[in-house]
Design a protein around this ligand. Structure first.
Ligand code: MN
Length: 197
């Protein structure tokens, strides 16, 4: 997939987000999870693959609890340079609101047996709608899966596999959000309360 869709949705004269160009692949595949308070709060889960960031919007955010099946809606590919983007997207722009990096690191694509596979094999897994990968982030560690629901191309589930990083405790991504993220959301909610009066 190209970055044409990403570029067509944005006016780079007005949003501080980076324009979309394909990036050179590094030695290791990277991932980023961005907390994005747009019209609704969600987490954008992005995996580097073939020079772009494959992207899913996860309304509830990722979880380390294997019982959680987190809805993940596939969205347009983002440029690799988006992985470090944080800040405010002005009103009137696509995704207007506030973006912070919630977690980032590297990942390894794996097969059913947990063996590392090539990006080419992982691309096939993407097209088959069944991706497994090992994450090395600050919050997200261990094995995860993204599974297409077969309802349509866009509807996926993000799942944590049972391993030493998994938890049976309730997991809330907001508990690990940056202070700046929570401050932004608190301000927005304050405005909402005022408007209702
Ligand atoms: Mn988003």
């Amino acid at each position: 997939m190209s970055l044409a869709k990403y570029n067509s949705k944005r006016n780079f004269g007005d949003t501080p987000e980076p324009s979309g160009k394909k990036g050179a692949a590094g030695a290791k595949l990277t991932f980023v999870v961005q907390r994005h308070h747009a019209s609704h709060l969600h987490y954008d889960f992005r995996l580097e693959l073939n020079g772009t960031l494959k992207s899913w919007a996860v309304p509830k955010g990722p979880s380390l609890n294997p019982k959680d099946k987190r809805l993940a809606m596939m969205v347009e590919d983002h440029p690799i340079s988006y992985a470090t983007f944080e800040g405010d997207i002005p009103e009137g722009n696509y995704g207007a609101g506030h973006v912070d990096v919630w977690d980032h690191g590297t990942y390894e694509p794996i097969d059913e047996d947990g063996e590392i596979i090539t990006p080419a094999a992982f691309t096939k897994a993407l097209h088959a709608g069944n991706m497994k990968f090992r994450m090395k982030g600050k919050h997200l560690k261990g094995d995860f899966a993204l599974v297409n629901m077969k309802k349509d191309e866009k509807t996926w589930l993000l799942l944590k596999h049972r391993d030493k990083y998994a938890t049976d405790e309730e997991y809330t991504s907001e508990d690990y959000a940056k202070k700046s993220s929570l401050k932004y959301t608190a301000e927005r909610n304050k405005d909402k309360v005022v408007k209702k009066k």
